[in-house]
Write a protein that binds this ligand. Structure first.
Ligand code: NAI
Length: 284
C-alpha cells in the first residue's frame, strides 16, 4: 500500500494541515506546505519533525519510510504560485470561514491546470457554497477529515453537483492509497454525515443540562424513533448554559498551553494504544 510516489500534494498548514502532511508523507507523497506566515510554517515543520520522531521511537510511525525520509518529502512555501506548481492534489485547510475559503479557491482557480484536484477540509461548508462559479468546478471536492487524520482515518468525500465523477473516484482512490478510510456521499447535505450525527448528540446533551435526567429516560424507553422525533429546536450555543458549561470545563481543564498540550499528548497516546490493539486483533 505504501510506496514512493512522484505526485506532489499541496497543503495549507495549521492543525489539520500538519496532520494531513504526515499522512501524505507516510504514503510516500511529496508534500508542499503553504501558509501566509513564514513563522507558522517553520513551527509547523518543527512540530511535524517532533511528532514523527516520537512515533518512530514508539514504533507507530506510519508508512514504509523512516521519519527522516518522510521529513525529506515535506517542503514549505509562502508563494501560492510556487506551491501549486507540480501539484496533483491540493488539500485546503484554512480556517472555517466561507469568504476566506472562497477567496482562496478563486485564486487557485486562476492558476491551476485541468488535472489537479482542488479539495477542501471544511467541516460544515457545502461544496455548492464553496465552489459554484469556479472555472475548475469539475475538479473540486470536499475531503472532510476527522481530527487528527493521522490517527482517525475516516474521510467524508462530498462532491459539488458539478464535480466530475472522475474527481470523486480519484480522490477516493488517493485516500485509500495513503491509508485513510474514505466514505463517499452521493450528494451534499448540511453537516455531511459525521457532523449531523455528532451535532444531534451534542444538541441533546445540551438540552439535558437543563432537563431532568429521568424525564430523558422516560422518553428514551419509547425507542430511538421517538427520541429523534422529539429533537427540539437548534440551540443558540450561547447564554446561561454556555456560561455554565464553560465554567465547569475551565475548572476541570484550565485553558493554558501546558495543560492543553499535555491533554493532546495523552489523547494521542490513547489513540496510539488503540491502533496497537487493532493491529494485534487483526493478526490474531
Ligand atoms: P487552524 O487555525 O489550526 O489552521 C488554519 C491555518 O490556515 C493556519 O496555519 C493559518 O495560518 C492558515 N491561514 C489563515 N489564513 C490563510 C490564508 N489566507 N491563506 C493561507 N493560509 C491561511 O485550523 P484547523 O483546525 O487546522 O482547521 C482547518 C480546516 O479544517 C477548517 O476548515 C476546519 O473546519 C477543518 N477541520 C478541522 C477539524 C478540527 O478538529 N480542527 C476537523 C476536521 C476538519
Amino acid at each position: 500500500q505504501y510506496q514512493t510516489h512522484t505526485d506532489t500534494c499541496f497543503l495549507f498548514s495549521g492543525l489539520i494541515g500538519c496532520s494531513w502532511a504526515m499522512v501524505f508523507a507516510a504514503g510516500g507523497f511529496k508534500v508542499k506546505l503553504y501558509d501566509i506566515a513564514q513563522q507558522q510554517l517553520t513551527s509547523a515543520l518543527e512540530n511535524i519533525r517532533k511528532q514523527m520522531k516520537e512515533l518512530e521511537e514508539s514504533g507507530f510511525l506510519k508508512g514504509a519510510l523512516s521519519a527522516e525520509q518522510q521529513l525529506a518529502l515535506i517542503s514549505i512555501c509562502t508563494d501560492l504560485r510556487a506551491a501549486v506548481e507540480g501539484a496533483t492534489f491540493i488539500q485546503e485547510c484554512t480556517p472555517e470561514n466561507l469568504e476566506l475559503k472562497k477567496k482562496i479557491f478563486s485564486q487557485l482557480d486562476l492558476i491551476v491546470g485541468d488535472n489537479v484536484i482542488l479539495s477542501s477540509s471544511t467541516s460544515c461548508l457545502l461544496p455548492s457554497k464553496l465552489f459554484t462559479g469556479l472555472k475548475h468546478v469539475k475538479q473540486c471536492i470536499v475531503s472532510h477529515p476527522v481530527n487528527p487524520p493521522y490517527f482517525v482515518p475516516l474521510v467524508e468525500i462530498v462532491p459539488h453537483p458539478e464535480t466530475d465523477p472522475s474527481t470523486t473516484e480519484r480522490t477516493y482512490a488517493l485516500m485509500k492509497t495513503i491509508g485513510q478510510s474514505p466514505v463517499k456521499l452521493n450528494r451534499e447535505i448540511e453537516g455531511f454525515v459525521l457532523n449531523r450525527l455528532q451535532y444531534a448528540v451534542i444538541s441533546e446533551a445540551w438540552r439535558l443540562v437543563g432537563v431532568c435526567i429521568s424525564n430523558y429516560c422516560e422518553r428514551y424507553r419509547e425507542g430511538m424513533r421517538l427520541v429523534l422525533n422529539t429533537f427540539g429546536p437548534v440551540p443558540e450555543f450561547s447564554g446561561e448554559i454556555e456560561q455554565k458549561i464553560s465554567q465547569a470545563m475551565s475548572e476541570k481543564i484550565p485553558v493554558v498551553p501546558k495543560v492543553l498540550d499535555a491533554r493532546r499528548k495523552r489523547r494521542d497516546e490513547y489513540l496510539t494504544g488503540l491502533a496497537k490493539l487493532k493491529k494485534q486483533m487483526k493478526s490474531d
